[in-house]
Design a protein around this ligand. Structure first.
Ligand SMILES: [Zn+2]
Ligand SMILES: [Zn+2]
Length: 432
């Protein structure tokens, strides 16, 4: 955060101010025209409540980086050209900043999904500051609120229910009550000396990394302005929007295989852009898992990096959710969707006779599958109790452990098979 003197300096630049108000007002209104609006309106649709005050520091940072990318970056490219070193620095710095946010700010600090060596933490703290998304403490506090009150228009700081623009970056441009920072939910992080150090000296660290690194690289490579524009401005712009996609697009487009209790989606394409954070539907239901893409083929370089670092002791205690729980969530969603379709089919007034027969058949099969599902869950919870009791009494020999593991595998397999059967039944019903 900037000090009062710097803020005053920014506020004295009225021309930029007017430009910004126009720009932000237009985008905000357009994006929210069909969504929830925070301002109360009277009969003539005229706003009767003042808008939240503009948050100048991020607003001006976004204006400067956007103008630089739209004007200076292409102009310099056409008139002077960029060195290959500048392009390489852009890619590498973008990766460093992105991973510091996904592996550090997000999975390590916000969710405690694993533990990291202090060297790794310092690295993430430095490059996370370079990403210019505020300190670890502020970021993690807001993110924990996002998970706790996801989609709540009054409490979630970047609620997707307030429109695509708001959840992307509109939430940072004004001082909305939902964005107020309260460190009560990050007390464990306040006790972390690296987090406390980064928070205390955030402005100095952020400016040193954002300006210092491109300047040094520019002097070393001989392409000073190329480096400033690509490794400085373009990198900042890209790494900002890539992170913002997770709050906007990953809550708007994609599939919901695990839960539809919130707007989070799994989107493989955006996982490519966001270092694996596109599997957001999974992440919202199992937030403590250090993985977001759980299959080996899921593009999640953040997961691969955290895992690779564990081989040399730089990370440890990597948390994962059991396959059974994951499969349980998927089957649960299948039943939910099937029931919704059945209800729709039943409510259809002109249900043809043969269709009616199919619906009844499908309903009977579903009921049987659901009984099996409940039975599997019951067996699983009994097994959990058994395991806990034997661990308490320290009775778990190698043999007991192997038996329990096999029984877990069997239950997991039975859910997987059920998932396939439900898929098949659904396809049959859809084509009947
Ligand atoms: Zn989210
Ligand atoms: Zn999260």
């Amino acid at each position: 955060m900037l000090c009062t003197r710097e803020r005053d300096w920014f506020e004295s630049h009225q021309a930029l101010t007017q430009f910004f108000i126009f720009f932000e007002h237009k985008w905000y209104n357009a994006a929210n025209s069909n969504n929830h609006t925070l301002t109360m309106k009277n009969k003539n649709n005229v706003s009767t409540e003042p808008k939240a005050p503009i948050n100048w520091v991020p607003s001006i940072m976004f204006i400067i980086s956007t103008l630089a990318v739209l004007v200076a970056v292409p102009w310099y490219g056409f008139s002077h050209g960029y060195s290959s070193e500048a392009w390489i620095a852009f890619i590498v710095l973008n990766f460093f900043c992105g991973i510091a946010i996904t592996a550090g700010y997000h999975r390590l600090w916000s969710h405690n999904a694993y533990q990291a060596h202090p060297i790794v933490k310092i690295w993430f703290a430095l490059w996370g500051a370079c990403a210019a998304q505020n300190s670890i403490l502020v970021w993690s506090s807001g993110h924990r609120v996002h998970h706790r009150h996801v989609d709540d228009v009054d409490k979630d700081p970047y609620s997707a229910k307030r429109g695509l623009w708001f959840s992307h970056m509109g939430w940072m441009l004004r001082k909305y009550p939902s964005g107020e920072v309260n460190f009560d939910n990050v007390k464990n992080l306040q006790a972390d000396p690296i987090v406390a150090w980064q928070h205390k000296y955030y402005l100095f660290i952020a400016l040193s990394m954002m300006i210092g690194v491109p300047v040094i690289l520019g002097l070393l490579s001989g392409d000073f302005w190329g480096m400033i524009l690509l490794a400085g401005f373009l990198r900042l712009f890209v790494s900002h929007h890539v992170t913002f996609f997770i709050n906007s697009i990953a809550h708007k487009w994609g599939k919901q295989p695990y839960t539809d209790e919130n707007t989070a989606r799994d989107n493989a394409f955006f996982a490519l852009l966001t270092h694996g954070e596109g599997y957001h539907n999974y992440h919202h239901i199992f937030q403590t898992d250090y993985r977001n893409g759980i299959r080996w083929w899921h593009w999640d370089p953040t997961k691969w990096l955290i895992h690779a670092m564990s081989w040399v002791g730089l990370t440890s205690n990597l948390k994962t959710v059991s396959n059974f729980k994951i499969q349980r969530a998927k089957n649960h969603m299948q039943f939910k969707r099937a029931n919704e379709e059945l209800a729709k089919a039943h409510s259809s007034e002109n249900l043809a006779a043969h269709m009616h027969k199919n619906v009844e058949q499908w309903k009977a099969s579903l009921e049987k599958e659901y009984e099996d599902f409940k039975d599997t869950l019951q067996q699983w919870s009994e097994l959990q109790t058994e395991k806990m009791q034997s661990t308490k009494k320290d009775l778990q020999g190698k043999w007991d452990k192997a038996v329990i593991r096999t029984r877990y595998k069997e239950l997991e397999y039975s859910l997987k098979m059920q998932h396939k059967r439900l898929k098949f039944m659904h396809a049959q019903f859809a084509f009947s």
